[in-house]
Ligand binder design. Structure first.
Ligand SMILES: [Mg+2]
Length: 267
């Protein structure tokens, strides 16, 4: 594991739980960075703006400016400068689309699908104002030939009160009505793997990376898509002692990020 130079770290269930720091996580990130490793935070959260995610990390003692990679960015990586994009998603998607030099039109607030047409792409991500008109706007655009992109396909999102709808639930509605399959951008899919490689720069190789995550079906499969090892932590959706996803085989299976850092720095 001495060859690992890039630690691709999930956020929810690894660094924090509902933005409350997981004990030892900030210190673990600091120790990994001090060893010369690059730590990137790779998240399927597309809703929040980058600066907001960076601020939340800073608030728990993790400086992260330039080190957060989101499924909103992965989705926006599939559109080109100058394109017109219908955003059926949150502020993070609007921001990522505009950063690509494309123009973003949102489905919220009086959008008229009959009047506003001519989109190159539709990006669907988690947002809390999803409604019938927005669903029809996405449907009409896709049926008129816009490319259908999903930030991610996580159907649910864990909370202490039980699962709540994730982006995948909204994507499923758009898929059903438009009778079209989306290109899915976030973990564990290819656009996110390509974006991470790009962000890591010329020194990056899959053999120099490790994915740290709490969920086999996204983080474990993401590691498999990249072709790098997967470190499972049991500080999130996979509880201590609970069964693991049979389709993934973690190289290490430990309590939390602090234990991953111990293991990597000990190797
Ligand atoms: Mg997670």
């Amino acid at each position: 594991m001495n060859a690992v130079r890039f630690v691709l770290c999930d956020l929810d269930g690894v660094v924090w739980l509902a933005r409350r720091a997981i004990p030892g996580a900030a210190d673990a990130v600091e120790r990994l960075r001090s060893s010369g490793r690059r730590v990137l935070f790779v998240t399927n959260n597309s809703m929040s703006r980058l600066a907001e995610q960076e601020r939340a990390l800073a608030a728990i003692g993790i400086p992260a400016v330039g080190d957060v990679v989101t499924s909103a960015q992965a989705g926006a990586s599939l559109v080109d400068a100058g394109q017109r994009v219908l955003v059926c998603g949150g502020d993070g998607v609007v921001e990522a689309v505009e950063a690509r030099g494309a123009s973003a039109v949102t489905t919220d607030g009086g959008f008229d699908a009959g009047l506003d047409t001519g989109f190159d792409a539709v990006i669907v991500g988690l947002h809390r104002h999803f409604d019938y008109d927005g669903l029809q706007a996405a449907n009409a655009a896709i049926r008129s030939g816009a490319c259908f992109i999903a930030t991610n396909d996580d159907v649910t999102y864990p909370t202490p009160e039980g699962p709540i709808p994730g982006a995948g639930a909204l994507v499923a509605a758009v898929r059903a009505v438009s009778e079209t399959e989306p290109t899915i951008a976030g973990k564990p899919h290819r656009p996110m793997a390509d974006l991470v490689a790009d962000r890591c720069g010329p020194a990056y190789a899959p053999s120099a990376a490790i994915v740290v995550g709490d969920r086999g079906s996204t983080d474990g499969r993401f590691a498999a898509a990249i072709g790098c090892p997967f470190a499972l932590v049991r500080s999130g959706v996979t509880p201590p002692g609970g069964p693991t996803d049979a389709t993934v085989s973690p190289v290490v299976d430990v309590a939390d990020l602090a234990a991953v850092a111990d293991w990597l720095l000990d190797a």
